[in-house]
Design a protein around this ligand. Structure first.
Ligand code: S3P
Length: 177
Protein backbone atom coordinates (compact mmCIF):
# COMPACT_ATOMS: atom_id res chain seq x y z
CA UNK A 1 0.00 0.00 0.00
CA UNK A 2 1.43 3.35 -1.06
CA UNK A 3 0.61 5.29 2.09
CA UNK A 4 3.40 7.88 1.99
CA UNK A 5 4.69 10.28 -0.63
CA UNK A 6 8.40 10.30 -1.50
CA UNK A 7 10.22 13.09 -3.30
CA UNK A 8 13.30 12.13 -5.32
CA UNK A 9 15.84 13.98 -7.38
CA UNK A 10 19.36 15.28 -7.57
CA UNK A 11 20.97 17.33 -4.78
CA UNK A 12 19.71 20.90 -5.08
CA UNK A 13 16.49 20.09 -6.97
CA UNK A 14 14.44 21.41 -4.04
CA UNK A 15 13.11 18.16 -2.54
CA UNK A 16 13.01 19.37 1.07
CA UNK A 17 11.51 22.79 0.32
CA UNK A 18 8.88 21.30 -1.98
CA UNK A 19 8.15 18.50 0.52
CA UNK A 20 7.42 21.08 3.22
CA UNK A 21 5.01 22.96 0.94
CA UNK A 22 3.36 19.70 -0.12
CA UNK A 23 3.03 18.62 3.52
CA UNK A 24 1.13 21.85 4.22
CA UNK A 25 -1.18 21.22 1.26
CA UNK A 26 -1.99 17.56 1.95
CA UNK A 27 -1.70 17.71 5.74
CA UNK A 28 0.90 14.96 6.17
CA UNK A 29 3.99 15.13 8.37
CA UNK A 30 7.21 16.09 6.59
CA UNK A 31 10.29 13.92 7.07
CA UNK A 32 13.76 14.61 5.71
CA UNK A 33 15.62 11.31 5.32
CA UNK A 34 19.07 12.86 5.87
CA UNK A 35 17.85 14.39 9.14
CA UNK A 36 16.59 10.97 10.29
CA UNK A 37 19.97 9.38 9.47
CA UNK A 38 21.78 12.13 11.39
CA UNK A 39 19.50 11.90 14.44
CA UNK A 40 19.58 8.10 14.54
CA UNK A 41 23.37 8.02 14.40
CA UNK A 42 23.99 11.19 16.34
CA UNK A 43 26.38 12.29 13.58
CA UNK A 44 26.20 14.67 10.65
CA UNK A 45 26.25 13.37 7.09
CA UNK A 46 29.86 14.60 6.54
CA UNK A 47 30.88 12.82 9.78
CA UNK A 48 29.37 9.53 8.58
CA UNK A 49 31.19 9.88 5.22
CA UNK A 50 34.44 10.67 7.06
CA UNK A 51 34.02 7.64 9.31
CA UNK A 52 33.15 4.95 6.78
CA UNK A 53 32.90 6.56 3.36
CA UNK A 54 29.92 6.39 1.05
CA UNK A 55 29.38 2.66 1.76
CA UNK A 56 28.64 3.33 5.43
CA UNK A 57 26.37 6.25 4.57
CA UNK A 58 24.39 4.11 2.10
CA UNK A 59 23.88 1.37 4.71
CA UNK A 60 22.61 3.88 7.22
CA UNK A 61 20.48 5.54 4.56
CA UNK A 62 18.87 2.18 3.73
CA UNK A 63 18.13 1.47 7.41
CA UNK A 64 16.57 4.90 7.88
CA UNK A 65 14.52 4.56 4.69
CA UNK A 66 13.08 1.21 5.85
CA UNK A 67 12.24 2.59 9.29
CA UNK A 68 10.43 5.58 7.87
CA UNK A 69 8.73 4.23 4.80
CA UNK A 70 7.39 1.01 6.29
CA UNK A 71 6.06 2.43 9.52
CA UNK A 72 5.03 6.04 8.95
CA UNK A 73 2.56 7.91 6.80
CA UNK A 74 4.35 11.04 5.67
CA UNK A 75 5.99 13.06 2.95
CA UNK A 76 9.63 12.01 2.70
CA UNK A 77 12.34 14.10 1.10
CA UNK A 78 14.96 11.47 0.23
CA UNK A 79 18.66 12.21 -0.25
CA UNK A 80 19.70 12.54 -3.90
CA UNK A 81 21.39 9.14 -3.99
CA UNK A 82 18.83 7.17 -1.97
CA UNK A 83 16.84 5.70 -4.88
CA UNK A 84 20.03 4.49 -6.58
CA UNK A 85 21.36 1.95 -4.06
CA UNK A 86 20.28 -1.57 -3.06
CA UNK A 87 16.63 -2.10 -4.00
CA UNK A 88 15.69 1.22 -2.42
CA UNK A 89 13.67 2.33 -5.43
CA UNK A 90 11.53 -0.82 -5.24
CA UNK A 91 11.02 -0.18 -1.52
CA UNK A 92 10.08 3.45 -2.20
CA UNK A 93 7.59 2.47 -4.89
CA UNK A 94 6.06 -0.27 -2.77
CA UNK A 95 5.27 1.99 0.18
CA UNK A 96 4.90 5.42 -1.39
CA UNK A 97 3.79 7.34 -4.40
CA UNK A 98 7.10 8.61 -5.72
CA UNK A 99 7.83 11.89 -7.45
CA UNK A 100 11.00 12.72 -9.34
CA UNK A 101 11.63 16.47 -9.37
CA UNK A 102 13.57 17.06 -12.56
CA UNK A 103 15.78 20.12 -12.79
CA UNK A 104 18.29 21.45 -15.34
CA UNK A 105 22.02 21.13 -14.69
CA UNK A 106 22.39 24.95 -14.82
CA UNK A 107 19.80 25.42 -12.06
CA UNK A 108 21.45 22.70 -9.96
CA UNK A 109 24.89 24.29 -10.35
CA UNK A 110 23.72 27.72 -9.31
CA UNK A 111 21.87 26.35 -6.28
CA UNK A 112 24.62 23.96 -5.19
CA UNK A 113 27.41 26.47 -5.59
CA UNK A 114 25.70 28.87 -3.18
CA UNK A 115 24.21 26.28 -0.78
CA UNK A 116 25.42 26.22 2.81
CA UNK A 117 24.65 22.49 3.23
CA UNK A 118 27.84 20.45 3.25
CA UNK A 119 27.59 17.67 0.67
CA UNK A 120 30.58 15.31 0.75
CA UNK A 121 30.16 14.02 -2.82
CA UNK A 122 30.58 17.47 -4.36
CA UNK A 123 32.68 19.21 -1.75
CA UNK A 124 35.50 21.46 -2.97
CA UNK A 125 34.54 21.28 -6.64
CA UNK A 126 34.93 24.30 -8.91
CA UNK A 127 31.96 25.39 -11.03
CA UNK A 128 33.28 23.61 -14.13
CA UNK A 129 34.15 20.44 -12.21
CA UNK A 130 30.69 20.57 -10.69
CA UNK A 131 29.10 20.74 -14.14
CA UNK A 132 30.80 17.59 -15.44
CA UNK A 133 30.31 15.76 -12.16
CA UNK A 134 26.59 16.56 -12.05
CA UNK A 135 26.15 15.54 -15.69
CA UNK A 136 27.93 12.26 -15.05
CA UNK A 137 25.98 11.52 -11.85
CA UNK A 138 22.61 12.41 -13.38
CA UNK A 139 23.28 10.07 -16.31
CA UNK A 140 23.99 7.25 -13.85
CA UNK A 141 21.03 8.08 -11.61
CA UNK A 142 18.36 8.90 -14.18
CA UNK A 143 17.42 5.20 -14.74
CA UNK A 144 16.50 4.98 -11.03
CA UNK A 145 14.77 8.36 -10.80
CA UNK A 146 12.79 7.48 -13.93
CA UNK A 147 11.07 4.64 -12.09
CA UNK A 148 9.12 7.25 -10.11
CA UNK A 149 5.33 7.21 -10.38
CA UNK A 150 5.32 10.89 -11.30
CA UNK A 151 7.96 13.02 -13.03
CA UNK A 152 7.70 16.79 -12.60
CA UNK A 153 9.79 19.13 -14.72
CA UNK A 154 10.38 22.00 -12.31
CA UNK A 155 12.45 24.28 -14.58
CA UNK A 156 9.58 26.44 -15.74
CA UNK A 157 8.05 26.73 -12.28
CA UNK A 158 8.75 29.84 -10.21
CA UNK A 159 8.36 28.70 -6.62
CA UNK A 160 8.42 25.56 -4.47
CA UNK A 161 4.70 26.13 -3.90
CA UNK A 162 4.10 25.95 -7.68
CA UNK A 163 5.97 22.63 -7.80
CA UNK A 164 4.03 21.32 -4.78
CA UNK A 165 0.71 22.29 -6.40
CA UNK A 166 1.67 20.61 -9.67
CA UNK A 167 2.55 17.47 -7.70
CA UNK A 168 -0.78 17.60 -5.87
CA UNK A 169 -2.63 17.61 -9.20
CA UNK A 170 -0.64 14.61 -10.45
CA UNK A 171 -1.13 12.72 -7.18
CA UNK A 172 -4.89 12.75 -7.73
CA UNK A 173 -4.32 10.53 -10.77
CA UNK A 174 -2.20 7.90 -9.00
CA UNK A 175 -3.78 4.96 -7.13
CA UNK A 176 -2.41 4.23 -3.66
CA UNK A 177 -2.31 0.47 -4.15
C1 S3P B 1 23.56 12.73 -1.56
C2 S3P B 1 22.64 13.73 -1.34
C3 S3P B 1 22.47 14.39 -0.05
C4 S3P B 1 22.89 13.45 1.09
C5 S3P B 1 24.27 12.95 0.86
C6 S3P B 1 24.41 12.19 -0.46
C7 S3P B 1 23.65 12.13 -2.91
O1 S3P B 1 21.10 14.77 0.15
O2 S3P B 1 22.00 12.38 1.19
O3 S3P B 1 25.16 14.04 0.90
O4 S3P B 1 24.25 11.05 -3.05
O5 S3P B 1 23.13 12.74 -3.86
P1 S3P B 1 20.40 15.99 -0.69
O6 S3P B 1 19.94 15.43 -2.01
O7 S3P B 1 19.24 16.35 0.17
O8 S3P B 1 21.40 17.06 -0.84
Amino acid sequence: MKRSIALLGFMGCGKSTVAKRLAEIVGYDFIDLDTIIEKKNNKTTPEIFAEGGEDLFRKKEREALEDVIKFQICIIATGGGAPCFFDNMELINRYSRSIYIKCSVDTLISRLSTSRTERPLIKGKSRSELKSLIEEMITAREPYYSKADIIIDSDNMETAKDVAEAIQQELLKIPRV
